[in-house]
Design a protein around this ligand. Structure first.
Ligand SMILES: Cc1cc2nc3c(=O)[nH]c(=O)nc-3n(C[C@H](O)[C@H](O)[C@H](O)COP(=O)(O)OP(=O)(O)OC[C@H]3O[C@@H](n4cnc5c(N)ncnc54)[C@H](O)[C@@H]3O)c2cc1C
Length: 338
């Protein structure tokens, strides 16, 4: 089925709660229906369009003069073997609902990604990550419809080019494909991964040394609830900026002045905590009109109510300028501006 609306309100389609609308909103719940829509609209790919998921990483800055697409494709197909399982999931499934279902059914690997807002399709676009795990570690294939030809194509994990919060769908194929299904390979044998800072500390505090998958998921949810605002209470897009990766020489220079700087090894150098950089510039907990920097996590910009996309953008630019001036590092937004 295809649902179409004109002059559509998007306020409830973004977790920031920003006022926005679009000329056209098109939602589809099957691949054949979406392909039929593209056949009826052969020039669609040449017209302004943007595909959203649950809107949890978006900043709408204005009325969108074009078509907003949304996948409502649901369902899970399970193919079990002795030790592992392949699960093909519809792009429109709620991400955390899927993770919860996996834990309940004894399919393991995604526990650390519990409670991340959004939908399954976007997990494969964004390569979502948390507590030392990324979606791309478990993705086998992504199915997507080409908006120019209507053809359904399969991308194996190499073709997805996953890196930190990055995929081919965010880069050279941005705006060209609609992700319809994602195939994950999960294990039937639970191997907890809780070596990551806060997660390990929580397990130690609870006196748990061999957590079950349910305990690991519960700990992740507890930590996230303590340090991230829930979109139903305070609007946000989660981590607003990416953690910058700098070369070794630059890192050592900064470390001389700030020996306590949190950092991690990264493929192209040293990854620095963007939240720490923002905090050092005095932004943590600061409010500017209706927007501000969350008081428990400096990486999160929040809407206290009534903010516009321009307010969010202006605040983010001030933060970027301050970090650049103090550390010489240019922060890049993780959130998508539209
Ligand atoms: C409180 C909070 C906490 C968060 N914590 C984390 C975290 O720990 N780790 C993390 O990685 N992220 C985190 N995020 C960010 C966000 O949850 C993820 O980026 C998520 O994957 C976005 O999913 P979505 O369905 O809302 O996608 P949207 O925000 O709607 O879209 C994100 C991108 O995916 C594209 N897209 C979405 N669906 C499709 C599709 N079917 N086909 C083609 N393109 C598509 C969009 O074009 C856009 O580029 C957090 C956000 C919030 C609000």
């Amino acid at each position: 089925m295809i649902s179409r609306f004109n002059n559509y309100n998007l306020t409830h389609h973004n977790t920031f709660g920003l006022p926005a609308s679009c000329d056209f909103f098109v939602e589809y719940d099957s691949v054949p229906d979406f392909q039929a829509f593209l056949r009826e609209n052969p020039d669609f790919a040449q017209t302004p369009h943007f595909h959203i998921g649950g809107g949890s990483n978006l900043v709408f800055t204005d009325h969108y003069r074009g078509t907003i697409l949304h996948s409502a494709i649901k369902g899970k197909e399970v193919n079990e073997s002795a030790d592992d399982v392949l699960i093909k999931v519809g792009a429109g499934e709620d991400w955390d609902g899927f993770v919860e279902w996996c834990v309940e059914h004894g399919y393991y690997g995604l526990e650390n990604l519990s409670f991340i807002p959004g939908e399954v399709g976007a997990s494969a676009v964004q390569n979502i990550g948390a507590y030392g795990v990324e979606a791309g570690d478990f993705i086998v294939e992504v199915e997507a419809v080409c908006l120019s030809t209507g053809e359904l194509q399969t991308f194996d994990v190499q073709a997805c080019k996953y890196a930190y919060r990055h995929s081919v769908f965010k880069a050279e194929l941005s705006g060209k494909y609609a992700v319809t299904h994602v195939v994950f390979r999960l294990s039937k044998v639970f191997k907890p991964n809780y070596t990551y800072g806060a997660l390990q500390a929580t397990m130690v505090a609870k006196g748990i040394d061999a957590p079950t998958a349910q305990q690991l998921r519960a700990a992740v949810i507890e930590i996230r609830n303590a340090k991230l605002p829930h979109p139903s209470v305070l609007g946000s897009a989660g981590s607003f900026f990416m953690n910058p990766v700098v070369d070794e020489a630059m890192f050592l220079d900064i470390q001389k002045a700030y020996p306590q700087i949190p950092h991690y090894a990264a493929p192209q150098g040293v990854k620095i905590s963007a939240g720490w950089l923002i905090e050092q510039c005095g932004w943590k907990g600061k409010r500017v009109g209706n927007v501000g920097v969350y008081d428990k996590q400096a990486l999160v910009l929040v809407n206290y109510g009534g903010a516009s996309g321009k307010d969010v953008k202006d605040l983010s630019l001030r933060i970027v300028a301050d970090v650049k001036e103090k550390f010489g590092i240019e922060l890049r937004p993780e959130a998508n501006f539209i």
